[in-house]
Design a protein around this ligand. Sequence first.
Ligand code: NIG
Ligand code: ZN
Length: 412
Amino acid sequence: MKILITNIKELLQIREAAIDKVSGADMAVLPKIDNAYLLIENNLIADFGTMEDCPDISTGQVIDATGKTVLPSWVDSHTHIVYAGNRIQEFADRINGLSYEEIANRGGGILNSAKKLNETPEEEIYNQSKLRLEEIMQQGTGAVEIKSGYGLTVEGELKMLRVIKKLAENYPVKIKATFLGAHAFPMQYKENHAAYLDVIINEMLPKIAEEKLADYIDAFLETGYFSVEETERIMAAGKQYGLISKIHVNQFTAINGIEACVKHGALSVDHLEIVTDEDIEVLKNSDTMPVALPSCSYFISIPYTPARKMISAGLPLALATDFNPGTTPSGNMNFVVATACIKMKMTPEEAINAATINGAYAMGISATHGSITKGKHANLIITKPLASYYQLPYAFGSNLIDQVIIEGQLLY
Ligand SMILES: N=CN[C@@H](CCC(=O)O)C(=O)O
Ligand SMILES: [Zn+2]
């Protein structure tokens, strides 16, 4: 099946030669073709160029994109979209003055979601989660990483990962699964961390590996959650089963966690609301992708990742949503891109690079996703008519997406 998109006003993020990520000053460069066409064949990007060279196709579908922008679909490399129920009461509690930490200390937060998850049947969790997946696909996300971490029991974690597997089987969107058993200590292990690490390493991990349910491993490396040493044990154990780490770190405090993550070859370090000069130095000499989650900063009123400082130091940066019931009940990558421009002072070019090719790197899929490159998967956003692509972050509250193509399939 062929799809030919013609008269594209601006075709963004074209990369003739495949690249895996962009860093530092290169993040400000977003190559594009004006008045372009793009040809899809067998769900892959077969060709693209200026309209002067546009081929005729005798079979297939032609989409006229006059006035519209076409770009790679968003790659959301950090989400928790599989969960049960909601945390609306905690939202109200925060408005009334409680902090995220105070709510967690009262048994709310992650443990609240874990209780709900363990009480809810797998099919019901699937039905709730698929609505969130459908929503983000319509908002232009073509690839998404989904974490476990609301089970915190062997059965609960397996249940979440099975739901993620079923979503991956039933939807065209590219999904990677991350095991996050080390998301919080269940109440009964608060005073016995070693015993819960034993459950993660010796009970959960072997079963997850046996059923091939996870691609990556994660931990919440944070004061009051998992220490540097505990996270190092998790990363090392994951590696034994072929799971590279992607770690929650530096959300509230900087405790030299990034250095440990880099030492263990983490694919990404995520959150980074608090970043020290030493953290930046460590990241400079690594292949680890820093990932910022601006909707989380927005929703719980914590600092934004210091993007300007990091990019000026020559680092790459990826953007993701963190879609979860507690700190970010939104999976809208359009809002993330806009907020990165508005609050983190990233340019539109930097933000789009961060939400496409660098997101793909943070998911381990930049060989196949994240740019307009011949042979890559046809995951595309076709916008409504725009004055220029700057309108995407500028009109931050508008839905500017007209059509979405995921793995060669036109969604609507
Ligand atoms: N910080 C740790 N985990 C999630 C929040 C989880 C929750 O509150 O449910 C996050 O990335 O923000
Ligand atoms: Zn998260």
